[in-house]
Design a protein around this ligand. Structure first.
Ligand code: ZN
Length: 232
């Protein structure tokens, strides 16, 4: 089961899982409605699924069920720049106010419950230590601890796999290309959504977005670095 938001990272993870026919005979997807500022990610993810079906017929039969879980309780626990109209800035803690405390812990717990009920033993997520503003709920140590806690609490082995954990954004573009070539890269550029501000007006080389928010800057910089490495 892939935690699939419709962004660049989780789309790359989904392709990574689909490409491993020997390991996974079916790949479900799950997303969370946590009262995010913009619904656009949730719309984009359906477009990504549709395009994956169309562009990769060999993967299509193994693309399993898609789930959407209501976690709007997160919004009731406090404000953040991801769920409310606030300027993105650094807080006294050193973390940006796009940090939604314990968001990934809740996501993983909900996904684990759903996986358990569906006989699924592997969760795949795009969490990453290198890029994500130091979000502590994306770190490898947190993922290992969650894997232990969930396996113990469910009394069943549950693996959490994070193929992007130690990759920067340029390496993530490169991984997508190595999995699905130009077709997958074009799909990610065109269909996925990363921008914190929900902007999809302007099409850049790296896709749609405001071009200025931290998420757009990371995506744009990674794309440029990957392109220049390819050319060089
Ligand atoms: Zn943006």
């Amino acid at each position: 089961m892939v935690l699939f938001s419709g962004g660049q990272d989780s789309t790359t993870c989904l392709a990574w899982a689909l490409a491993q026919a020997d390991r996974f005979d079916a790949v479900d997807t799950v997303a969370f409605d946590y009262g995010q500022r913009h619904r656009i990610e949730l719309d984009c993810r359906l477009a990504v699924l549709r395009e994956l079906h169309r562009a990769f017929p060999a993967w299509a039969p193994r693309l399993g069920r898609d789930h959407l879980i209501d976690l709007t309780v997160l919004k009731s626990l406090g404000e953040s720049a991801l769920t409310d109209e606030r300027t993105i800035e650094l807080q006294a803690s050193g973390l940006p106010n796009t940090f939604v405390p314990a968001r990934n812990l809740l996501f993983l717990t909900a996904a684990a419950a759903l996986a358990y009920r569906n006989g699924i033993a592997v969760l795949v997520g795009g969490m990453c230590e290198t890029d994500y503003s130091g979000y502590p709920d994306c770190r490898d140590a947190t993922m290992r601890a969650m894997q232990s806690a969930l396996s113990l609490g469910l009394d069943a082995p549950l693996a959490i796999e994070t193929p992007l954990m130690f990759l920067d954004k340029a390496a993530t573009w490169s991984l997508a290309w190595s999995i699905g070539g130009d077709t997958l890269v074009a799909l990610i550029e065109e269909q996925t959504h990363t921008c914190y501000l929900g902007e999809r007006g302007t099409r850049h080389a790296w896709g749609y977005g405001c071009g200025h928010c931290p998420a757009c800057r990371l995506r744009a910089l990674g794309h440029a670095r990957w392109q220049s490495k390819r050319m060089g």
